[in-house]
Design a protein around this ligand. Structure first.
Ligand code: NAI
Length: 388
């Protein structure tokens, strides 16, 4: 296969390396020649580091590099079978690019967008043959993260989905299919992990250190919500939350948090700027953790119940299958268990009761219980997923 990648930033560079590793002839283009050169250097350095660590052979690194061609114009993409764009997250710019590409490529070529927040259907609408367009959403870093969400636009053909699925699975990725709705699967279902934790903190129920501690030691998450968003970058995490919230017509379930907005305004973007919720420039910063197990369990249960609620809602709205939902959260954001299996363990009745109690307390629609959970509770059902 001949695969084209457009945009040589963090995502495009990773996607090109993946395609080259899977033995595809790979072309990559960026309209900024400095970015393209930087991408070439970083990919070579990254592969060299893997050779030095003994993870891959020198021949393997050379093979991968030889499969990548850095090109300086779009017409070079004329004979590609698949083109994946990973350019700036701007609807009009992406639409213009797809329109231009359609004048260059062959009829069978598939066009994919790596967008994480825009409507794939809207991007596809710029094309004469919209049935060849789909979303192929990789996670950062693309080389490492196993999950890829495939997102059919309203116009996408089954054939396009089938071919894309084969190519991406062939890159060793776990493929899930998501409906073209804001946040797809992962960026939608994971929102309460941050949002509910920030709310608990804002209300003074517990400090950030305690919430992080509880999430790790009681919840089994790899990182707590504060350390994780410091790691992701508050600009990035806030932008996703805001985008999902506005795209859902300001549904309270996705409402961003003022404390995170303040961090962004202050330029406290997390680890990358030396300061976020925590101060990484101060080696003796004291972190006060109250190792109160009862409080910790309450915090974790509240965050979990909101995650279960979001997962149930995604299922109820037919965003994806049960199986793909489980894979998405374990492989896309490293949750210790699939949320549906976890909800079964936690108890469906208990989830409904906790949501109703929260709703009763706050009268905030973010705590409304999904009809699916209520029906399941009434019929004494559980989610149909294997235990994990
Ligand atoms: P980035 O800013 O690192 O790279 C974007 C690159 O695209 C830049 O090098 C820029 O010069 C180039 N570019 C912009 N307009 C162009 C055009 N018209 N033609 C050719 N090149 C152009 O951005 P990043 O993080 O790699 O994101 C790219 C896309 O991937 C966005 O749509 C983003 O939403 C999506 N995405 C990002 C993730 C992340 O964690 N960074 C995760 C998943 C998806």
């Amino acid at each position: 296969m001949k695969i084209g990648v457009i945009g040589s930033g963090a995502m495009g560079s990773g996607i090109a390396q993946l395609a080259a590793t899977a033995s595809h002839e790979t072309l990559i283009f960026d309209n900024n020649s400095v970015a393209l050169r930087r991408s070439a250097e970083k990919t070579a350095e990254g592969l060299q580091a893997r050779v030095d660590k003994g993870k891959i052979s020198r021949e393997e690194a050379e093979r991968i590099l030889n499969n990548i061609t850095y090109v300086s114009n779009l017409p070079s993409f004329s004979s590609c079978n698949l083109i994946i764009e990973a350019i700036v997250e701007d609807l009009e710019v992406k639409k213009t690019l797809f329109k231009e590409l359609e004048m260059i490529i062959e009829e069978e070529c598939i066009l994919a967008t790596n967008t994480s927040s825009l409507s794939v259907t809207s991007i596809a609408s710029s094309c004469r043959n919209a049935s060849r367009v789909l979303g192929i959403h990789f996670f950062n870093p693309a080389i490492v993260m196993p999950l890829v969400e495939l997102v059919p636009a309203l116009q996408t053909s089954n054939n396009t989905m089938q071919i894309a699925k084969e190519i991406i699975s062939g890159m060793g990725k776990t493929v899930v299919i998501a409906k073209d709705t804001p946040g797809f699967i992962v960026n939608r279902v994971a929102r309460p992990f941050y949002g509910e934790a920030f709310k608990i903190f804002e209300e003074g129920i517990a400090g950030k250190e305690t919430i992080d501690w509880a999430s790790r030691t009681i919840g089994g998450f790899r990182m707590g919500p504060f350390e994780l968003t410091d790691f992701i970058g508050h600009d990035v995490n806030y932008a996703v939350t805001e985008s999902v919230w506005t795209s859902f017509y300001y549904d309270n379930r996705f409402k961003p948090s003022l404390i995170q907005k303040q961090l962004v305004d202050a330029g406290y973007l997390g680890r990358k700027s030396g300061r976020g919720f925590y101060n990484y420039m101060d080696p003796i910063e004291t972190r006060v953790v109250s190792e109160d197990h009862e409080l910790g369990s309450q915090i974790v249960n509240r965050i979990l119940v909101m995650l279960f609620s979001e997962a149930a809602d995604a299922l109820y709205m037919k965003i994806c299958s049960e199986e793909d939902l489980e894979k998405s959260m374990t492989k896309g954001v490293n949750y210790p268990k699939g949320l549906l299996a976890w909800a079964n363990e936690f108890g469906i009745s208990r989830i409904v009761r906790m949501l109703d109690d929260l709703y009763e307390r706050y009268h905030d629609s973010r705590y409304r219980c999904c009809p699916l959970l209520r029906d399941m509770d009434r019929n004494k059902e559980i989610f149909k997923v294997s235990k994990n």
